[in-house]
Design a protein around this ligand. Structure first.
Ligand code: FES
Ligand code: FES
Length: 163
């Protein structure tokens, strides 16, 4: 029998270190699951079509656009979102670097940029400039002009920007 997009299935996954399960339909995106079902609002929706990176999460170590990812594909995966990264009183070092380097203006792009940065640094603790640019190339920012963001990523991996 053919599966319907409205058919629901139960997925099991690890979210920010905790085992979770959820009922999802074939047309539920990971973004909708996180924001609407699980009430995790840290992951932002910008374009909704895979262009802006505001919705970036990490799945099995890879930064992905959650607005394009069917939630069903989270089954048996390890998922990290901005909500699991730091606390208001104790920011994650990447978050601290973004604050200290003035990379946050309206802040809408920030969760996605931080998750892209985390995926990069988890894989490569000392990325060169090209690797940094490649890692954040899918994250659009309308406010900052990217200089402060780039400096933040450099600071997060222990390098000061030279110019
Ligand atoms: S909201 Fe997912 S890429 Fe823009
Ligand atoms: S700080 Fe506003 S979009 Fe990046």
């Amino acid at each position: 029998m053919k599966a319907n997009l409205s058919d629901s299935t139960t997925i099991h996954f690890v979210l920010n270190g905790t085992e979770r399960h959820a009922e999802v339909t074939g047309d539920t995106t990971a973004l909708r699951l996180l924001r609407d079902t699980l009430n995790l609002k840290g992951t932002k929706e910008g374009c909704g079509i895979g262009e802006c990176g505001a919705c970036t999460i990490i799945v099995d170590g890879l930064a992905v656009n959650s607005c394009l990812l069917p939630a069903a594909q989270l089954d048996e995966r390890e998922v990290q979102t901005i909500d699991g990264l730091g606390q208001k009183e104790q920011l994650h070092p990447i978050q601290e670097a973004f604050v200290e380097n003035h990379a946050v203006q309206c802040g809408y792009c920030t969760p996605g940029l931080i998750m892209s940065t985390k995926a990069l640094l988890d894989e490569n603790a000392a990325p060169d400039d090209d690797a940094i640019k490649a890692a954040i190339s899918g994250n659009l920012c309308r406010c900052t002009g990217y200089h402060h963001i780039f400096a933040s990523v450099k600071a997060a991996c222990g390098n000061k920007e030279e110019n």
